[in-house]
Design a protein around this ligand. Structure first.
Ligand code: GAR
Length: 204
């Protein structure tokens, strides 16, 4: 054991949150954690390129290749366990994990969600959709939340939140970008750094 918590990041898309974590590791913010594995459920995820460029081991695991949800989760579990992962970060991982899966890793999986939970969250609220819903409702403030993952979609204990203003001329895309820049890319690395420090302290 080298004194660092071993982190796996699960992704599905562009991977800007993964990039924020890689940058935070490089800058020394995440001094007690190391991203050792990136798992994508989509072959085309650009996040995979970001991980490779940073020299991080990657793995693509699709439901199709695993014969469905059960095989998919079994494969992801096998990877997490064989890599001695302490903390699993869902960073734009746009697929639901079963209750059995999340219970198995209780308080070891965290997620970044692009709204201030409990607004605009739960089943069906992912990616651009929370921002569309926020604009439709006419809220003047939205933001992002980092939370532990439990069996309720976006229902686990809240770790960090940051508010972001909605501007009059926002589109879902401009709002999504501002929430990423002003909230997600800041609170996710800080939360990961904090949890890694705690994991390392607890085992010493
Ligand atoms: C991010 O906005 C993240 O908060 C969101 O997907 C985007 C992924 O972007 N996650 C969810 O909606 C989870 N419910 P990224 O791949 O560039 O990090």
């Amino acid at each position: 054991m080298d004194g660092k918590a071993r982190v796996a990041v699960l992704v599905s898309g562009g991977g800007t949150n993964l990039q924020a974590l890689i940058d935070a590791q490089r800058s020394g913010l995440i001094e007690k954690g190391e991203i050792v594995l990136v798992i994508s459920n989509r072959e085309s995820a650009f996040a995979i390129e970001r991980a490779k460029k940073a020299g991080i081991e990657t793995c693509v695991v699709t439901r199709k290749a695993c014969g469905g949800q059960e095989g998919f989760e079994a494969k992801v579990m096998e990877l997490i366990d064989s890599h001695d992962i302490d903390l699993v970060v869902l960073a734009g991982f746009l697929t639901i994990l079963s209750a059995a899966f999340v219970r198995h890793y209780e308080h070891r999986i965290i997620n970044i969600h692009p709204s201030l939970i409990p607004a605009f969250c739960g089943d069906g609220f992912y990616g651009i959709i929370p921002h569309q819903a926020a604009l439709e409702r006419g809220v003047k403030v939205t933001g992002a939340t980092v939370h532990y993952v439990n069996e309720v979609a976006d229902g686990g204990e809240i770790i960090a939140q940051k508010a972001v203003s909605v501007e009059d001329d926002d589109t879902p895309e401009t709002l999504q970008r501002r929430v990423m820049e002003q909230a997600e890319w800041l609170i996710l690395p800080v939360a990961v750094a904090k949890i890694c420090r705690r994991i390392v302290k607890e085992r010493s």
